[in-house]
Design a protein around this ligand. Structure first.
Ligand code: EPU
Length: 346
């Protein structure tokens, strides 16, 4: 185990914010975590697990020991009659993992192409796009307890997936075992790719692609290419413009609240959900408040998608947070809706 001191974190967060870790350890397997826990000084220190850094806003140097997850590996674990199970090391890049499944001729993850971040971060967020969420393809994961060093496996139920939510985003409450935030590091993730493969084409942008191309029965590879094209057209590439994807979750309201808002804002974008609630497009709400293209210092609202905050060059975490708060205030004042951020502010 090598401990890097005063390690730069700018290359490890997709916002590209400048910050440093007092101590950083690269985790390539469980043995690195065991070595850290046995370390005379750092073993008992607070720890911070960092994947691809695609869902964090750094507001200063990180005092906790940063565990940079670099567990590698991709393989077909099982090829059964009902599904193929694939397994990835948590440090694998998510999009490269999806691309690898396409190269193996395995469909199932194509709608989730081009999402920034690592495989290990995908269950934490329960990433989702174009009609599929990770939980729809999730089989199980292996993780390690950062206090005891014990390794364990969780299935989908134990992960408690919700919309951009899981057990890994909750801190253990007093008197309860639920919540693994800061407690666990994900080592490997297994995905179930159902047989026969079925396309998921309900999302409006994919319907548009079908109409444009005249392709009514696309292959998984075709959908992968469409999703890459759609995302590239409206979402900034973090390698070019720092960002953390959608900055806020899409809020849900009751049908009564929605009717009330429609009365005042007839054009509001809304989707009825299976449980009777109504989901509103946060991007539309922010756009309607006139935020597209606006900035606070070097932190800005992306011109093509108001839900994405960007680093225009040298933004601080404080500027991002100030901009996010100003957006929350104006959306609340106009619509009475509180927007909840997706990324974790560190
Ligand atoms: N809209 C506007 N103005 C904007 C942005 C959006 O009017 O500036 C409208 C769009 O016209 C559309 C609606 O809002 O009618 C929804 O927009 P979009 O289809 O772009 O999707 P989204 O709800 O903004 C969600 C996810 C994305 C995911 C896409 C596709 C969340 C928070 N975001 O975005 O996920 O890629 O759907 O499925 O759920 C992420 O989480 O980081 C992420 C990028």
């Amino acid at each position: 185990m090598i401990v890097e001191t005063n390690a730069p974190l700018q290359p490890h967060n997709t916002f590209g914010i400048v910050a440093r870790a007092r101590n950083m350890v690269r985790v390539r397997g469980a043995e690195d975590v065991h070595a850290l826990l046995a370390h005379p000084e750092l073993g008992a220190e607070p720890k911070f697990v960092l994947g691809g850094g695609s869902n964090i806003v750094l507001t200063g140097d990180v005092k906790a020991v940063v565990l940079k997850v670099e567990v590698a590996g991709r393989r077909v674990l099982e090829d059964g009659p009902k599904a193929t199970i694939v397994e990835f090391g948590a440090g694998e890049n998510w999009h490269e993992a999806v691309t690898w499944t396409m190269e193996q001729g395995l469909g199932g993850l194509e709608n989730l192409a081009l999402i920034p971040g690592t495989v290990g971060a995908s269950p934490v967020q329960n990433i989702g796009a174009y009609g599929i969420e990770l939980q729809d393809r999730f089989e199980s994961l292996d993780a390690i307890d950062l206090v005891t060093g014990r390794e364990f496996t969780l299935d989908a139920t134990q992960c408690a997936f919700g919309y951009r939510d899981s057990v890994f985003k909750h801190s253990p409450a007093r008197g309860s075992d639920f919540g693994l935030a800061g407690r666990a590091l994900i080592l490997r993730v297994r995905m179930r790719l159902p047989k026969p493969w079925k396309p998921v084409l309900g999302y409006i942008d994919l319907q548009r692609k079908m109409a444009e191309t005249g392709v009514q029965a696309p292959t998984a590879r075709q959908i992968y290419d469409w999703v890459c094209a759609i995302r590239s057209a409206k979402l900034p590439d973090p390698r070019v413009i720092g960002n953390a994807g959608s900055f806020f979750k899409n809020p849900t309201v009751t049908p009564e609240q929605c009717q009330d808002i429609i009365g005042r804002e007839p054009n509001i974008v809304h989707y009825p959900m299976p449980d009777g609630s109504v989901k509103l497009a946060a991007g539309w709400l922010i756009d309607a408040c006139g935020w597209k293209g606006k900035s606070v210092g070097q932190a800005g609202v992306y011109e093509k998608q108001a839900l994405v905050l960007v680093n225009r060059g040298g933004a601080t975490g404080g500027e991002v947070v100030t901009l996010a708060r100003a957006i929350q205030t104006s959306v609340y004042e106009r619509f009475g809706i509180r927007l909840e951020p997706e990324p974790v502010v560190v």
